[in-house]
Design a protein around this ligand. Structure first.
Ligand SMILES: Nc1nc2c(ncn2[C@@H]2O[C@H](COP(=O)(O)OP(=O)(O)OP(=O)(O)O)[C@@H](O)[C@H]2O)c(=O)[nH]1
Ligand SMILES: [Mg+2]
Length: 211
């Protein structure tokens, strides 16, 4: 390689490092079945035309973190570009019997439980590399859990932005106000990721919080 070519390449790498601000990396976190992948799929469908991953009513459907880079969201005249990471549901205990109760055989249940456990570890490791977190909660469930409190505490300790999503507000038993009262110090938006209810407000909050 010639000296000039080599110089040009090195200069270009340096230029990128110095001036090309990386996209903010935003992780979608929460307990299993909260609707993280449903929300990730909606974001990608709305802004890129792709999907993130498969959704299921059986918990721990997502067992590997998945990243989609460069998702540009336009809202209220402003534009933000984010890297979005969908993570496996966080749980303090994963028992293979949970899967057997869903009709899977013992070998498959044990394999899934092992993968789900590895997925939780992967999700926790990812926390280190993020610029912000969307914490998805199922608004029909009690929000005061070890998982929610731990994620919120971690973000507070590192002074990173957090947006709480009260999901599944299409269900009659949903109580987003319980989530609001539990964590009043953080912004929250109530949505139905499944039906798209209030999704515009979600994008506005996303831009405000992570833009
Ligand atoms: N009624 C209702 N159901 C929803 C909503 N969002 C997701 N669901 C359902 O909740 C179940 C779990 O959805 P997922 O998107 O797979 O949840 P997840 O948080 O990614 O789950 P894991 O990957 O297992 O951690 C599925 O049956 C979804 O159809 C919603 O807004 N309203
Ligand atoms: Mg998922």
């Amino acid at each position: 390689m010639g000296v000039i070519t080599s110089f040009k390449r090195n200069f270009s790498d340096l230029f990128k490092k110095l001036f090309n601000k990386q996209n903010a990396r935003i992780g979608i976190y929460g307990p299993p079945n909260a609707g993280k992948t449903t929300l990730a799929n909606r974001i990608l469908r709305d802004w890129t035309g792709d999907a993130m991953g498969s959704v299921s009513n059986v918990a721990h459907e997502t067992r590997r973190a998945r990243r989609r880079e460069g998702v540009t969201i336009n809202t209220n005249g402003s534009s933000i570009t984010l890297d979005i990471i969908d993570t496996p549901g966080l749980a303090t205990k994963i028992d293979f019997h949970e899967f057997m109760e869903q009709g899977m055989d013992e070998a498959e249940s044990k394999r899934r439980a092992k993968e789900a456990t590895e997925g939780v570890i992967e999700a926790v490791k990812w926390l280190e590399n993020l610029d912000g977190v969307i914490l998805v909660m199922d608004a029909t469930e009690d929000p005061f859990t070890q998982v929610n409190v731990t994620v919120i505490g971690n973000m507070e300790a590192r002074d990173l932005p957090l947006l709480i999503v009260a999901n599944k507000v299409d269900l009659p038993e949903a109580s987003p106000s319980t989530i609001r009262d539990a964590f009043p110090q953080h912004p929250m938006v109530s949505i139905s990721a499944l039906e798209g209810k209030n999704i515009e407000t979600f994008y506005e909050e996303l831009a405000k919080r992570f833009g």
